[in-house]
Design a protein. Structure first.
Length: 60
């Protein structure tokens, strides 16, 4: 299972990033592959369509 944790693109403080890292760590302990990304690069556009189906779940 693959998931994504989306954080605000303007997050700057270490404590805000640490929260996402802790959540990701717990999911990894459960066997999930989890990425942390800023909300600016969550999906892409191909042939005029939005593609955002690389993940099984999302936490925002």
């Amino acid at each position: 299972m693959k998931g994504i944790i989306i954080v605000n693109a303007y997050v700057k403080t270490k404590s805000q990033i640490m929260q996402a890292e802790r959540i990701a760590e717990e999911f990894k302990n459960l066997g999930c592959d989890v990425e942390i990304k800023k909300n600016l690069n969550v999906c892409r556009i191909e042939n005029g369509k939005i593609i955002a189906n690389e993940y099984d779940f999302c936490i925002y």
